[in-house]
Design a protein. Structure first.
Length: 345
């Protein structure tokens, strides 16, 4: 991981930064965009793939099976046939998992062979995915869940820390602490996610022993992200202190932008609510999609987000975000290389 600099002092970005994950997925850089409900669509995922990383289209974001199939075909077209992934988030709600099963089969039928599983152990999905020779990267928040998934035979793991935007589970450990413990017991390729939005952190994760990083928040205001401009400006205006975790007392921790909706949810929770139904529409995903992502009413809805949002300082194309991450990573690698004795570089 040694960086070269051009005459102007700008780090030269190699086409490839090989790790076990880049080899497994056939990509250049170990940079992954996690599934983002309503947001990681064909255009966003294709842009990450074209920039040398890997992305996952969320299977449940399409209204119908046919729309989902179209989304996959669109992504295939936009990447010029390069491989891309699908996120299969399992839920405690059985009817949602029926959709996931159907969409997994549609994805396999359309030739997708890379899947990010999340939410619950991937046990019900594995037989079909393995039979189709698909790669499964399972995402979880506890080392013990990662160890269990490793035993189930997944190909790689993503371990997220408490900083993760979205649902970081009940784990309270930050990404790098969780990851360091995981490396004692995990032998298959390991991805770290949660709170990562700067290339320095990518270099640090690789130096730690991880094989890749998984990001979400940093891409929420990308030009390609399918959301209203007012939402993206709210993302840009949000710093690292502008998110909060709610619903932890229901065993369903959700890290989101601290908007008016989040404050109402927190008040109801603090008043003693113990079931999702007591929050009514405030926590509805469809409402978030309609009001915040589509209409731009960013004080409404549950806007999944972690503190890495502080690094998202402008609405930019994915290519620019990825380039910056790679440059920052190479600068950090260079610094690290300088610390080592010459015999080790
Ligand atoms: C807006 C948003 C929506 C998300 N939706 C999902 C989802 O539906 N399924 C899932 O597995 N992870 C979801 N995540 C988590 C991401 O896949 C990824 O693990 C996370 O964003 C990494 O942490 P970071 O946000 O701190 O970069 C979401 C994250 C964000 C920011």
């Amino acid at each position: 991981m040694k960086a070269d600099f051009d005459a102007g002092g700008v780090p030269v970005i190699p086409d490839q930064l090989p790790t076990r994950i880049t080899e497994l997925l056939g990509i250049g850089w170990p940079l992954l965009l996690g599934g983002m409900m309503w947001l990681s669509d064909a255009r966003l995922v294709a842009a990450v793939v074209q920039a040398g990383g890997m992305g996952f289209i969320t299977a449940r974001s399409s209204r119908t099976d046919e729309e989902f199939r179209e989304e996959l075909r669109k992504c295939n077209h936009l990447t010029g046939g390069k491989a891309f992934g699908v996120n299969l988030t399992l839920s405690r709600r059985a009817e949602q998992n029926e959709v996931i099963h159907r969409r997994m089969h549609i994805a396999l039928d359309e030739g997708v062979r890379m899947f990010e599983t999340a939410g619950l152990p991937p046990t019900p999905l594995l037989p079909s995915l393995k039979q189709a020779n698909a790669l499964v990267i399972h995402k979880c928040a506890h080392v013990r869940h990662a160890v269990a998934a490793q035993k189930l035979g997944v190909d790689a793991l993503t371990l997220v820390g408490v900083e993760e935007g979205g649902h970081p589970g009940s784990n309270q450990l930050p990404t790098f602490l969780n990851g360091t413990y995981a490396l004692e017991d995990i032998h298959i390729p390991l991805v770290l996610g949660g709170g990562i939005g700067h290339g320095r952190q990518i270099a640090a994760a690789l130096a730690l022993g991880a094989d890749a990083v998984m990001m979400g928040s940093i891409f929420t205001c990308a030009v390609e992200t399918p959301a209203h401009g007012a939402y993206k400006q709210r993302v840009v205006a949000t710093d690292q202190h502008g998110t909060r975790a709610v619903l932890g007392s229901l065993g369903d921790t959700w890290r989101i932008i601290d908007n008016e909706n989040a404050r109402k949810v927190a008040e109801i929770e603090q008043a003693g609510a113990r079931s999702h139904s007591e929050f009514g529409d405030l926590i509805s995903g469809e409402r978030t999609q309609a009001l915040a992502y589509q209409a731009g009413l960013h004080e409404e809805g549950m806007l999944s987000m972690g503190p890495a949002v502080g690094f998202a300082r402008a609405v930019e194309p994915v290519e620019a975000i990825m380039l910056r991450l790679k440059q920052e990573c190479m600068v950090a690698c260079q610094r690290f290389g300088q610390l080592l004795p010459a015999s080790m570089t």
